[in-house]
Design a protein around this ligand. Structure first.
Ligand code: NAD
Ligand code: UFG
Length: 343
């Protein structure tokens, strides 16, 4: 099928492109490279050994989106493009509402005009806030504490309203838990700008010597070792879930939510131990205070995705750490630096 991939040069989008192309789908990417590099797309082409279309355009540009929708005539869309830094969203809420909410509305208007009504949206477990119970299923109440999370809630609401207004829409809301890891080749991976906010990219930068030590944000949570517990999910598993969801939009109807996680939690210290084992690197850690806004524990009940999409996560924390290290060792400066070729 023909799939339009917004934000396809980004971390999750680039891995999804590889899996979509491997599954025989035809793809067209829209990206501004606001938080990514053209090099990611070049490497996807090499890895997949297949070409795909690309338009450098902003999802907020309704005319550009209409042109892409007309020329490529997608049967389905995987919508990754957007801003994603929780802390930044607190200082710049209007930018987040503009890009995430405004951009999604502009994209949907273009798709509606061109008759494409199959949509896969990158939502987040952040829509569950501090969970009332574990594991978290899709019926868990939705709430949020920051502007980034509010954009995800608002977009979910817009998509639900759209499916009510026009039953021809078939929409999958994919609520990601904690995506980590990289493609097994080590050629594409997560490449954040500046100091990483998230655990795994911080750990890999300690491993490559870019940072001295990991600060563990609190070890006095009500968890087995006192550190935060998350449902880390391998980005390649996540990418494959998008293939399953895009295919499901051809069978399904309405707007349906799916948790994408493994169903198992791992603590910060467990992840660090697994990374040490996978990489052979020391990873010094210091325990610091809790980080504002953090929750103690979060993990998914992923049964619905298994039942309806026929997808389940297959890769564990060892593979997540080995692949994250494979990417970092080969690309210690991310896409901006030279690629080391250990082969
Ligand atoms: P990313 O920043 O690596 O990818 C986003 C891509 O969108 C980038 O290539 C960026 O250049 C592009 N982009 C940004 N603004 C754009 C615009 N206005 N027009 C066109 N392109 C634009 O992020 P990611 O980690 O791959 O996340 C992808 C999606 O998944 C996001 O919507 C994010 O909110 C969501 N998500 C991510 C995580 C995570 O932990 N990475 C967790 C839950 C949900
Ligand atoms: N952590 C550290 N040190 C660090 C970074 C993180 O100890 O340098 C800890 C955190 O305190 C937390 C765990 O590692 O206990 C995971 O933190 P991340 O920042 O990697 O992930 P979060 O679960 O906090 O946040 C992620 C996404 C958000 C999303 C949220 C809820 O980054 O975008 O999940 O879905 F909103």
């Amino acid at each position: 099928m023909r799939i339009l991939v917004t934000g396809g040069a980004g971390y999750i989008g680039s891995h999804t492109l590889v899996e979509l192309l491997a599954a025989g789908h035809e793809a067209h990417v829209v990206d501004t490279f606001a938080n990514s590099s053209p090099e990611a797309l070049a490497r996807v082409r090499q890895l997949a050994n297949r070409d795909f279309g690309f338009t450098r355009a902003d999802i907020r540009d309704g005319e550009a989106m209409a042109r892409v929708a007309r020329d490529f005539a997608p049967e389905a869309v995987a919508h990754f493009a957007g801003l994603k830094a929780v802390g930044e969203s607190v200082g710049k809420p209007l930018a987040y509402f503009d890009v995430n909410v405004g951009g999604t509305v502009a994209l949907l208007q273009a798709l509606q005009a061109e008759g494409c009504r199959r949509f896969v949206f990158s939502s987040s477990a952040t829509v569950y806030g501090d969970p009332d119970y574990l594991p978290i299923d899709e019926a868990h109440p939705r709430r949020t504490t920051n502007p980034y999370g509010r954009t995800k809630l608002q977009i979910e609401g817009i998509l639900e309203d759209l499916a009510v207004a026009d039953p021809a829409w078939s929409i999958a809301l994919l609520r990601y838990f904690n995506p980590v890891g990289a493609h097994a080749s080590g050629r594409i991976g997560e490449d954040p700008e500046g100091i990483p906010n998230n655990l795994m990219p911080y750990v890999t930068q300690v491993a490559t010597g870019r940072r001295e030590r990991l600060i563990v944000h609190g070890d006095d949570y009500d968890t087995p070792d006192g550190t935060g517990v998350r449902d880390f999910i391998h980005v390649v598993d996540l990418a494959r879930a998008h293939v399953a969801a895009a295919e499901w939009t051809g069978r399904g109807a309405g707007c349906e939510a799916f948790n994408l996680g493994t169903g198992r939690g791992a603590s910060v210290l467990e992840l660090v131990a697994a990374f040490r084992a996978a990489s052979g690197q020391a990873i010094p850690v210091t325990v610091g205070p809790r980080r504002a806004g953090d929750i103690a524990a979060s993990w998914a009940d992923p049964a619905r995705a298994a039942r309806v999409l026929g997808w389940r996560a297959e890769l564990g924390v060892a593979e997540m750490c080995a692949s994250a290290w494979g990417w970092a060792a080969r690309n210690p400066a991310g896409y901006a630096g030279p690629e080391r070729n250990p082969d």
